[in-house]
Write a protein that binds this ligand. Structure first.
Ligand code: ATP
Length: 629
């Protein structure tokens, strides 16, 4: 491995070391990815590009390229790295940068529906007297980071200044992709899942070249192993800088042993599959040891205690929620001080609203009234209690590979609960319908959503980061009649309300998210389950997000009265799923889309971004699981 590393540094680079890679080489790749619908070809395009960067010894650029490809500027858990600038600001920037009037730009945007194309056209019309220095990937990355971090009074002018600096140097398709990156939707047909696969392939080929093994012929098995190692490493350390650094040091196939849990870096949480009945659960776990836990209805909280005593709390999406929950930070610090043998710790918990007087759980709706920004511990009105259901790391040691039975024992032996602030999840190791039914009813009486049923012993009970696993089943009381679960869907369109609903939107067009293509596939119109108050709030929230044309990455036949930017996610209940001539969920799978029958609004999912909406794959799976299908 040392030899591999030294060769890496001494190899003749394809691009001279001193030279930065131009942004145009990346936008050329974006253009090819956008034009190419076949996933395998896209993987080849991206991995070849990664390989060239590796060969040319531009490690830092490789990390920047990856982030630009997934339209982010760093790991999910770092704050203030979001792009997603509004249309108004972008129109203003293009107008100032290219000398066209905002009206002309708006009318072109209305026609084309893509701010990127408008910027590209505006640039190409501009006479240029001098050829300016080409943009480099590093400059773009740095400027985008400055823009994302820019806040306060003068931030708009600062952002426009930085955009213009770049825009005036853009050539070819650079302006198009620059604007789309700023808008937060690159649309290159290439999601994060594919980036990981392409990256592992590039590393495999690179290492082969260096070691002269078969002169660059990588076996299919090596590719599979490398892909698995990369995905596993990323699910525990979702940080490309560390992943690339460790892969260069130790080789891609050894990545999983070197990228393991670290307090302060949130791992991707394990997720559950839906089930529709207790008998389905029993059939599934037949002959194996399993456990039922209360399924608390709150917000997932991954709790980290670092070596220096710092406490962090991360959301289901790896967002740092520490500032939102100063009260919980105090609780965890208290736990740490009470447990003398504990230096570092990672726990998987659910945070729920708590009635301190009556000593009981409050519904999710109460939790959602808590402030999300600028929270002062003294002003907090809604108290919360953490329910810990898993321990993932203790004193620097990862516990992921231990059976749940042992993890649970370690949790109970090492961490002390604090009544009403930090408790262990209620659990029962039952194995017959009557007992489970009783526990399910009990959970609902105690304001929970139902049960989580988990494999308790053996290999299958290991914690599987980022996986929606069959070893965790959710049994939601309210959804036993439907498809077994609620769906979380992005709101992409609105229908003008009539009668009592005049003045607001009376219905909405919803879509699921296709993780491979990055498109939103429409799957139903919804108008049931809303209170008048909710419709009023929704209209106020959604009006500023109206766009003149559907986004090019919307897949639809339906024609709502207005289209929205994808910003909101609704949790929705459905009677069942059926194939539809109008809706498009999973269209690539069946040739026809799947749609929801009798959809009913339950709540807004503030903790999910539109890209974390239920995926088309999940909808296809739920559709196929229906008895009549
Ligand atoms: P998903 O996370 O499956 O996409 P979701 O966010 O809508 O969907 P649910 O389907 O309601 O969540 O179920 C999984 C969630 O249940 C977990 O992410 C966690 O927040 C919560 N939860 C509550 N109690 C438990 C428990 N005992 N074990 C695991 N998760 C629990």
């Amino acid at each position: 491995l040392l030899e591999l590393e030294s060769r890496y540094h001494s190899d003749t680079p394809v691009l001279p070391q001193s030279q930065e890679i131009f942004y145009s080489s990346l936008t050329n790749i974006f253009e090819r990815l956008e034009q190419e619908p076949a996933r395998l070809k896209n993987l080849a395009i991206a991995s070849e590009f990664f390989l060239q960067i590796l060969q040319s010894n531009h490690k830092r650029t490789l990390v920047e390229v990856i982030y630009l490809m997934i339209n982010r500027l760093g790991p999910d858990y770092e704050l203030d790295l979001e792009l997603g600038l509004g249309e108004t600001l972008l129109v203003k920037a293009i107008a100032e940068g290219t000398g066209r009037t905002p009206q002309k730009i708006r009318s072109e945007l209305h026609k084309l529906g893509d701010i990127g194309l408008v910027a590209q056209n505006s640039r190409s019309r501009q006479p240029t007297m001098f050829k300016s220095k080409p943009l480099t990937i590093h400059t773009v990355f740095e400027n985008l980071t400055k823009i994302a971090k820019s806040s306060g009074n003068a931030s708009q002018a600062r952002k426009i200044g930085l955009i213009n600096q770049m825009l005036t140097t853009c050539e070819g398709t650079e302006a198009k992709f620059l604007m789309r990156s700023l808008e937060g939707k690159l649309r290159i047909n290439f999601g994060e899942k594919s980036v990981l696969v392409a990256l592992s392939k590039a590393f495999c080929e690179y290492e082969h070249e260096l070691s002269d093994k078969n002169k660059g012929h990588v076996s299919p098995q090596e590719l599979v192993d490398a892909e698995e190692a990369t995905k596993k490493a990323f699910s525990q350390i979702p940080n490309y800088e560390i992943i690339v650094g460790e892969a260069l040091k130790y080789g891609i196939s050894n990545l999983a042993t070197h990228c393991t849990l670290k307090p302060g870096i949130p791992l991707k949480p394990m997720l559950a599959k839906p089930t529709k009945s207790i008998t389905e659960v029993l059939d599934h776990f037949h002959g194996q040891e399993f456990t039922c836990e209360y399924k608390y209805d709150g917000e997932r909280a991954q709790l980290h205690v670092q070596q220096d005593g710092t406490v962090k709390i991360y959301s289901r999406n790896s967002e740092d929620m520490s500032q939102r929950y100063p009260d919980l930070i105090d609780v965890v610090s208290q736990i740490k001080s009470q447990c003398s043998g504990v230096s570092t710790l990672i726990l998987d918990c659910e945070c729920v609203a708590w009635d301190s007087e009556k000593g009981k759980i409050l519904p999710f709706q109460v939790l959602s009234t808590r402030k999300r920004k600028d929270v002062n511990a003294e002003d907090i009105k809604v108290q919360v209690c953490l329910f810990a259901f898993d321990i993932l790391l203790l004193n620097g040691e990862s516990l992921l590979e231990l059976p749940l039975k042992e993890r649970r024992k370690i949790l109970h032996e090492n961490v002390r609960p604090i009544e009403g602030k930090f408790q262990f999840a209620e659990a029962m190791d039952a194995d017959n319908v009557a007992e489970i039914q009783h526990f399910l009813d009990q959970s609902v009486k105690d304001s929970c959503e139902g049960l989580m049923v988990k494999m308790l012993d053996g290999d299958k009970s290991h914690y599987e980061p980022s996986k929606r696993s069959v070893n965790w089943l959710k049994l939601k009381k309210d959804y036993l009649e439907g498809v077994g679960d609620s769906l979380d869907l992005a709101v992409v369109g609105g229908y003008i309300g009539k009668g009592k609903r005049t003045g607001w939107y009376g219905g909405f067009l919803l879509a699921c998210y296709n993780e491979d293509s990055g498109e939103y596939e429409t799957c139903c119109k919804i108008g049931t389950g809303f209170s008048e108050e909710m419709l009023q709030t929704l209209s106020a929230t959604l009006k500023p997000t109206v766009i003149k044309q559907p986004k090019p990455f919307y897949v639809y036949d339906a024609s709502p009265d207005v289209w929205f930017e994808p910003t909101l996610v609704f949790e929705v209940l459905t009677a069942d799923l059926s194939l539809s001539p109008v809706y498009k969920a999973g269209i690539n799978f069946f040739g026809k889309g799947v749609s929801l029958r009798f959809p009913r609004f339950i709540r807004i999912r503030n903790d999910k971004s539109p890209e974390q909406a239920t995926s088309s794959d999940q909808i296809v799976e739920l559709y196929q699981k229906q008895a009549h299908v």
